[in-house]
Every structure is written in structure tokens, then in C-alpha cells.
Ligand binder design. Structure first.
Ligand SMILES: Nc1ncnc2c1ncn2[C@@H]1O[C@H](COP(=O)(O)OP(=O)(O)OP(=O)(O)O)[C@@H](O)[C@H]1O
Length: 244
């Protein structure tokens, strides 16, 4: 196994409504395309927001490339790109202008990096066109390009395929596949769709009511059943746990 990219140890976050995530342990290695599956409200976004520092965990330890998120945030996040929550591309701006705007949040993005990100997501030819003329899939590809402009080696994508039609899903899937195989980028992706995760990921975890019920290699999990069957089994047999 390769270098440890992300190490999550015993992370808990309880929201005021008592929901949240509880005692999450997760280790990702270089080259992983890890899919976090779970129904609405399972806690996927809560975990992702904690990982990128948008909210703070109640307890637990998180390390990126050995750097603690708590004590060395900038070091930890240096090589991490993310797409959290619904993508917001400004409709009246072009694809290029959107990325130029996003680049201002970083210290050292070169125009070449933006050009490269646009090429990677297949929007270079239409970079000067307004986003209002783009399809949902193209808008999602801008969001992906946004996550790529800093040349990350680890990319976190919260629901990158939700709300996309089949063409859009295939486009995003192909980009992830390309980045993983050609550039060795490690991914953590959340989705409701077991079918899609089966096509994209090499490992998956099932998050349900804030608990990470199972983690496994796709090849092993799908030896005798589809990933969807495994997922449904997992969720149904592990039933109800409340944290009141
Ligand atoms: N800021 C908050 N305050 C209170 N409760 C919250 C907050 N954020 C999330 N929750 C609750 O925590 C639970 C997990 O929500 P979360 O958004 O992490 O789930 P999710 O798996 O990402 O769901 P979805 O697929 O619908 O995005 C939900 O029950 C939600 O109501």
C-alpha cells in the first residue's frame, strides 16, 4: 500500500439536533478512489466539512500527509483540493473568469494552472463563453476545475455527480478516472449512487446515521453481489441507532 494520504481517527461531531457523525475511523492511501456512500442525512457533508476545516469536530484526530489538521492546518491542506456543497459558478462570467476569480483565494496560482485545469475538464475550447449557456454537466466541470487549479494530489468531492444526467455523470466519471490513473491523484468522493460508486471507486465505505458501518475493496464486496445489494444489506441489517 502507498503513502497514507488521509488518516481520520475516532472523529465525532454531534449537531444541536443530536445528529452528526460518531467515532469515524478512515485511512486513505495514495491512489485510492474512495467512495463514501450513505443516504440523505447520513453525515457525509458533516464529515467532509470537518475535513476541509469548515466546521470543527468535537473529538478525534485528522491528518493529511502526516500533518495534523488541528495544529498544522495550512501544511495539511496544501495539497488538497475540494468541492463541498453545491457548486456555485457565476452565470454572467465566463468559465475562465470564474476560475480566475477562484484563483484569487490562493497565493500562487499561475495562469498556466488555470489553463491546465480547463483542459483537464474539457472546457478549454469554451473557456470564454458565459456559464449561463452551459449544461449542468459543464457547470459541474467548472466546479471540478476549481478544485484542481491548485494542483492538488488529494481531491475531496462532495456529491460530484448528484443532479447530473447520464452524459454529465459519464463526463465527470471519466475525468476522475483520468486524474486517478494518469496523474495518481487520490480521491474521496461522496454519493448516494452505489451504481456510480461501483464504476468509479476502488474502495468504499457505508455511512449510516453517522456511523461508518463498513469499509471494503470494491472487488471483494462485489464478488457475489452488486455494490447496490451490499449497500442495501448493510443499511438494512445495521438498522437503527440513535444518539439522543
Ligand atoms: N449545522 C447543522 N446544525 C444542525 N444539524 C445539522 C447541521 N448540519 C447537518 N446537520 C444534521 O446532521 C445530519 C447529517 O447531515 P449531513 O448534511 O452531514 O448529511 P449528508 O449525508 O451529507 O446528507 P445529504 O446527502 O442530504 O447531503 C442531518 O440530520 C442534518 O440535519
Amino acid at each position: 500500500m502507498g503513502e497514507i494520504v488521509l488518516d481520520v481517527q475516532n472523529v465525532t461531531k454531534q449537531h444541536k439536533n443530536h445528529r452528526g457523525i460518531f467515532h469515524i475511523n478512515l485511512t486513505l492511501h495514495k491512489g485510492d478512489v474512495f467512495g463514501l456512500m450513505g443516504p440523505n442525512g447520513a453525515g457525509k457533508s458533516t464529515l467532509f466539512k470537518i475535513l476541509v476545516g469548515l466546521i470543527k469536530a468535537d473529538q478525534g484526530k485528522i491528518r493529511f500527509f502526516g500533518h495534523s489538521l488541528d495544529t498544522a492546518f495550512e501544511q495539511a491542506m496544501k495539497k488538497v483540493g475540494c468541492l463541498i456543497e453545491k457548486s456555485v459558478a457565476y452565470e454572467h462570467l465566463s468559465a475562465l473568469q470564474n476560475l480566475q476569480l477562484a484563483a484569487r483565494f490562493y497565493a500562487d496560482i499561475h495562469p498556466k494552472d488555470i489553463e491546465e485545469a480547463l483542459k483537464t475538464v474539457g472546457l478549454y475550447e469554451v473557456r470564454k463563453e458565459k456559464v449561463s449557456d452551459f449544461s449542468a454537466g459543464m457547470k459541474q466541470r467548472i466546479a471540478l476545475a476549481n478544485a484542481l487549479i491548485s494542483n492538488p494530489v488529494f481531491v475531496i468531492l462532495d456529491e460530484p455527480i448528484t443532479n447530473l444526467d447520464l452524459d454529465g455523470m459519464i463526463e465527470v466519471r471519466n475525468i476522475i478516472h483520468h486524474l486517478s490513473t494518469e496523474k495518481g491523484i487520490t480521491f474521496l468522493i461522496s454519493s448516494h449512487s452505489a451504481n456510480e460508486m461501483e464504476k468509479i471507486c476502488n474502495r468504499v465505505g457505508v455511512l449510516f446515521k453517522g456511523e461508518l458501518l463498513k469499509i471494503g475493496d470494491i472487488d471483494e464486496l462485489t464478488e457475489r453481489q452488486s455494490l447496490e445489494e451490499f449497500y442495501l444489506n448493510c443499511v438494512q441489517t445495521n438498522g437503527v441507532k440513535d444518539h439522543e
